[in-house]
Ligand binder design. Structure first.
Ligand SMILES: Cc1cc2nc3c(=O)[nH]c(=O)nc-3n(C[C@H](O)[C@H](O)[C@H](O)COP(=O)(O)OP(=O)(O)OC[C@H]3O[C@@H](n4cnc5c(N)ncnc54)[C@H](O)[C@@H]3O)c2cc1C
Length: 456
C-alpha cells in the first residue's frame, strides 16, 4: 500500500492517540483523530492558578526507554523535556507515625526500620532461591517468596500504590511488571539480574533510558500542545460523542450520528476497554467482553498549594503510605521540590492520591469529606499547624489506571484474535503494553511504525 493510499482514523486524543498520529503525520500519512471530549490530551491537563502550575492527572513519568527522549528531540523547540532535580532520588515511606527514607544503599538497607531483621538476613539468600515456575503467580506471592513479607509490606506494596494505585495480590508481574518478572526468569534472581544488567553495555540509544523522573517545562500540556501543532489541529475532531466504527468493504468508516467519514484503511483505538463494545459493533462481543473484564483503579487526585510553606522540609520525590498503615491517602508527591516553577518561591505544591483498588470507595466521598481527609493527613504527615492552602483542587478518575491481573493472557489473546480478523484495526492504548506515559509514547510510535511499514 503506497503512503498516499493509507488513511488512518485514531480514536482518542490522549497521549497514546496523539503520539501515534504525530509519527504517522510526520511520515506523510493522512490521519484523522476523533475524540469524545472537548478537551485534547486525555487525562493530561495542566492548570495555572494563584502562582501554581499543577496537573489534574498524571504529574511525572519515568524515562524507562529511549522513545520519550526521542519524542522530545523530534519536537525540538516546541516543548522542552524537564528532568527532575536530584531531590527526586529520595523516596519516603510512612511507618508508625513518621516518614522513613526508602533505603538507597547497603548501609541504609541494613539500618532501616522498614524491614524486619529476619528479612534483612533472608535477602542474602535471594540469589540462591529457585526461580518461580508459575507465570500467573501474583506479585505479592512472588515478592514474599523471594524477599520476604516485610519487603512486600514496606517496599513493594507502596511502590505499587504509587504506580498502579493497585493491589499486589491482584497484579500479575509477567504483565504488570515484566522487567521485574524477567529478572527472575532470565537471571534466576532479582539481585543477580540487577547487577548483571547494570554491567551490560548500553548503546547510545539505550543510554537515553536513564529511569529518571520527567515532566515538561511549564507542565505536561505543553507536550500535548506541541503534538497538536505538528499533527495539525484541523485533523483533530473533538466532541465526537457516540462514535461508532463501521466496516466498509476492506476499509472502515467513522460514524458520528448522521456524519460519516469513510475510506480509512486503518483504525487505531486508544479508548479504554469499557468503550469497545459501543465503538466496534461488528466485532464478536464474546471477545470484546474478555477485554472488557479489565479492571481499572479509581483515583481522586488532590492538588494543594501553599504560598508560604511552614511544614517539614520536602526534599524528596514524595512519600508513599503502605496499605498496612491503614491510612486514607495512598501517597503524596512534593512536586515543587523537584520540578521548576510549580509554586511561588517560598511555597510548596503537593499532589495527594486517594482511592485505588483497595480504597476505591473514597473516590465517592463529597469534596468536603475529601478535604477533611487531606487536612488531617497534611497536618499529621507534613507537620503544619494551620491548614489554609492557597490552592486546592480535586479531580476524580473512574478509569484511572488499568490493572494487569490474572485475565491478562486472555485479554491479549482476544486483542490478537480481533486484530487478525480485521486487518488494519489496532486495539491499542493502555489496555496493553504498559500504563505509564513513557509506555504510551513507545506504543504510539511502534503502532505508527507498524502501519508505515505495512506493504509500503
Ligand atoms: C490520576 C492519574 C495519575 C497518573 N499518574 C501517572 C504518573 O505519575 N506517571 C505516569 O507515567 N503515568 C501516570 N498516569 C497514567 C498516564 O497518564 C496514562 O497512561 C496516559 O496518559 C494515558 O494516555 P492514553 O492516551 O492511553 O489514555 P487517555 O489519556 O485516557 O486518553 C484516551 C482518550 O480516549 C477518549 N475516548 C474514550 N472513549 C472514547 C470514545 N468512545 N470515542 C472517542 N474518544 C474516546 C478519552 O476521552 C480520552 O481523551 C496517571 C493517570 C491518571 C488518571
Amino acid at each position: 500500500m503506497a503512503e498516499e493510499t493509507k488513511k488512518i482514523a485514531i480514536v482518542g486524543a490522549g497521549l497514546s492517540g496523539l503520539t501515534t498520529a504525530y509519527y504517522l503525520a510526520k511520515a506523510g500519512i493522512e490521519v484523522q483523530v476523533f475524540e469524545k471530549d472537548k478537551h485534547i490530551g486525555g487525562v493530561i491537563r495542566t492548570m495555572h492558578k494563584n502562582g501554581f502550575t499543577y496537573e489534574c492527572g498524571p504529574n511525572t513519568g519515568v524515562l524507562s526507554g529511549p522513545e520519550a527522549v526521542e519524542l522530545f528531540e523530534s519536537l525540538n523547540g516546541l516543548c522542552e523535556l524537564e528532568v527532575a532535580d536530584s531531590n527526586a532520588k529520595f523516596r519516603w515511606i510512612w511507618k508508625g507515625h513518621q516518614w522513613q527514607p526508602l533505603p538507597s544503599g547497603l548501609i541504609s538497607a541494613v539500618t532501616t526500620p522498614l524491614f524486619s531483621w529476619y528479612d534483612k538476613f533472608r535477602i542474602l539468600g535471594e540469589p540462591f532461591r529457585k526461580p518461580g515456575t508459575n507465570p500467573d503467580e501474583n506479585l505479592a506471592s512472588l515478592v514474599k517468596r523471594r524477599l520476604g513479607k516485610s519487603f512486600l509490606d514496606y517496599a513493594v506494596d507502596p511502590f505499587i500504590l504509587g504506580i498502579y494505585s493497585g493491589d499486589p495480590e491482584y497484579l500479575i508481574p509477567k504483565y504488570a511488571l515484566p522487567k521485574l518478572y524477567n529478572l527472575e526468569q532470565n537471571y534466576g534472581s532479582f539481585i543477580k539480574g540487577s547487577i548483571k544488567k547494570k554491567k551490560e553495555p548500553k548503546d547510545e540509544r539505550m543510554q537515553k533510558a536513564t529511569r529518571e523522573i520527567f515532566s515538561v517545562k511549564g507542565g505536561l500540556s505543553k507536550l500535548i500542545d506541541a503534538l497538536v501543532h505538528e499533527i495539525g489541529s484541523e485533523r483533530i475532531h473533538t466532541g465526537c460523542e457516540n462514535l461508532q466504527v463501521k466496516q466498509d468493504g476492506d476499509q472502515y468508516a467513522i460514524v458520528i450520528g448522521s456524519n460519516v467519514a469513510d475510506g480509512f484503511t486503518h483504525v487505531v483505538n486508544t479508548a479504554g476497554s469499557y468503550a469497545l463494545n459501543t465503538l466496534f459493533p461488528f466485532v464478536n462481543t464474546d471477545e470484546l467482553n474478555v477485554i472488557d473484564r479489565l479492571k481499572y483503579a479509581r483515583v481522586a487526585q488532590v492538588s494543594i498549594g501553599f504560598k508560604q510553606w511552614k511544614g517539614i522540609d520536602l526534599k524528596a520525590f514524595g512519600g508513599l503510605v503502605p496499605s498496612k498503615e491503614n491510612k486514607d491517602i495512598l501517597g503524596v508527591l512534593f512536586l515543587s521540590s523537584f520540578l521548576k516553577d510549580r509554586a511561588p518561591k517560598e511555597g510548596a505544591l503537593l499532589s495527594i492520591f486517594l482511592g485505588g483498588m483497595r480504597k476505591s470507595h473514597l473516590v465517592d466521598l463529597s469534596d468536603d469529606e475529601i478535604i477533611d481527609i487531606i487536612r488531617n493527613s497534611v497536618k499529621e504527615m507534613m507537620k503544619i499547624d494551620q491548614f489554609n492552602p492557597d490552592l486546592l483542587e480535586i479531580h476524580r478518575y473512574e478509569h484511572a489506571i488499568p490493572q494487569y491481573g490474572i485475565d491478562s493472557k486472555d485479554k491479549l489473546e482476544a486483542i490478537a484474535s480481533i486484530e487478525k480478523q480485521y486487518p488494519g484495526l489496532f486495539l491499542a492504548g493502555n489496555i496493553r503494553d504498559g500504563i505509564g506515559m513513557a509506555d504510551r509514547i513507545k506504543q504510539g510510535r511502534l503502532v505508527a511504525e507498524e502501519i508505515i511499514k505495512q506493504n509500503s
